[in-house]
Ligand binder design. Structure first.
Ligand SMILES: [Zn+2]
Length: 437
């Protein structure tokens, strides 16, 4: 562990000084996180009479049941490793007051993810999206490690997915708390779970999602009942503190920083870290995103003018060149015959096929959308899809070109016949909230 820290930080945390400043002086890279992952994957943690693979016990000064930091429940979400590295550095600095179990949720997918990254580090993160769950030998997607069958405890352990779920549950029964660190396809930064408001004291993440699990399970098929780790761990009486976060875009440099900063504020609050958090002030004020039931493209307002050959694209209205959204690569123009056509921006500048009407562009996570704002357009009919009410969307429909393996992203463009099946987003009502911290 000490070698790993020296290798990554080029610093000896046992030397004293301002721990928080020393830890956050280094910007953690994917190469750093990969090293942490391989050390943890090669370790076992003894807990409750069982040796749990792909987990590590980080020694603290004091007694009591350990606290767990869960990373990479989804293999392509490496930010949680930064939280585990923080605990290792605290231990090295003698500023960890209780043992921590650092654990990789899905070691198979995590190893596949980093192997793919090492082979082609310049490919964009979407190309590694399949390692969210991992791939079987025949290249098919393995089951999601955060979607666990209800009867997982009585199933045979020959299936690695079930075996890992049982191991994670065993850890859950022997810790006093857990933080589950995720990242997202877009820039989603929020607290997804918190059992106690006080655990968010001095949190660097000030957005709170409310009702996410309920919104997702309301939509799950009834044939295969599944639960998330949150719902599995929530009833355990030993879990005093349970938090979950989305730390931003999977491979952004900000995600490991937010993940470790959140972990420090949490551990400090719990009395587990004696080093202070990065954020010193606490107002108790957070932004609440209340998650509403899923919207499909059919739930958006649109006239009865779709044609069978329509394809529906995410879009923003723009009649002038200067209003084309910065992240647009194409536009939809209205031709003299009334039909619409797609052009790249370059094609449009060289030879416009018609009047500029829409910029085709991805909506960002939590982007505020006004009531009646155009959010998508069908080409060639030109049928506009507008927001039925004001909201900020999460898990917004993503480009099918970038995400060609996972239909749950709500891939666009959408065929006219599929609008009632393809997710547009989970809309959220946004408001301020004050927590009793
Ligand atoms: Zn995740």
């Amino acid at each position: 562990m000490k070698t790993l820290l020296t290798n990554i930080f080029n610093h000896d945390f046992s030397g004293g000084g301002d721990f928080t400043e020393q830890f956050f002086a280094h910007e953690l890279t994917l190469a750093d996180l990969r090293k942490a992952c391989s050390v943890i994957c090669g370790s076992y943690a003894d807990i409750g009479g069982q040796a749990i693979p792909a987990a590590i016990r980080i020694k603290g000064n004091g007694p009591g049941a350990p606290f767990a930091i869960l990373a990479q429940l989804h293999g392509n979400e490496p930010a949680g490793l930064a939280g585990i590295l923080l605990a290792m550095a605290l231990s090295g600095a003698e500023r960890l007051e209780r043992d921590i179990i650092g654990i990789i949720g899905n070691p198979l997918a995590a190893a596949q993810y980093f192997d793919a990254w090492e082979k082609s580090p310049r490919l964009r993160q979407e190309k590694r999206d399949a390692y969210r769950c991992g791939l079987a030998d025949d290249e098919t997607l393995l089951p999601d490690m955060n979607r666990i069958p209800e009867d997982f405890l009585s199933r045979p352990t020959g299936d690695p997915h079930i075996a890992r779920a049982q191991e994670l549950y065993h850890v859950g029964k022997h810790v006093m708390g857990i933080v589950d660190i995720h990242s997202a396809r877009g820039n989603l930064v929020c607290v997804t779970d918190h059992k106690r408001a006080a655990d968010l004291k001095c949190s660097p993440i000030r957005n709170i999602l409310d009702g996410l699990a309920e919104a997702i399970s309301a939509n799950a098929s009834k044939a295969a009942r599944v639960q998330t780790f949150k719902t599995i761990l929530a009833p355990l009486p030993n879990i005093e503190s349970h938090t979950g976060i989305e730390a931003g875009r999977h491979e952004s440099t900000e995600a490991p920083r937010l993940a470790s900063s959140f972990t420090l504020s949490l551990l400090h609050r719990l009395g587990i870290a004696s080093a202070p958090p990065l954020e010193k002030k606490e107002t108790g004020i957070f932004t609440r995103y209340c998650v509403q039931p899923r919207l499909t493209y059919a739930d958006l307002k649109h006239n009865d003018t779709l044609s069978a050959n329509d394809r529906i694209y995410l879009a923003k209205a723009c009649r002038k060149v200067e209003n084309i959204p910065k992240n647009s690569d194409r536009v939809a123009v209205r031709k003299s015959n009334g039909f619409y056509e797609m052009q790249t921006i370059l094609e449009f500048f060289v030879r416009p096929a018609g009047e500029l009407e829409y910029g085709i562009c991805q909506y960002e996570e939590m982007e505020a959308i006004a009531k009646n704002q155009v959010v998508a357009v069908a080409v060639p009919s030109g049928t506009a899809f507008t927001a039925p009410f004001a909201f900020s969307g999460i898990f917004v429909s993503k480009s099918g070109t970038l995400y060609d393996k996972d239909p749950s992203v709500g891939p666009w463009p959408v065929a006219a016949t599929a609008i009632d099946k393809i997710k547009f987003c989970y809309p959220c009502e946004v408001g301020e909230m004050k927590l009793p911290i």
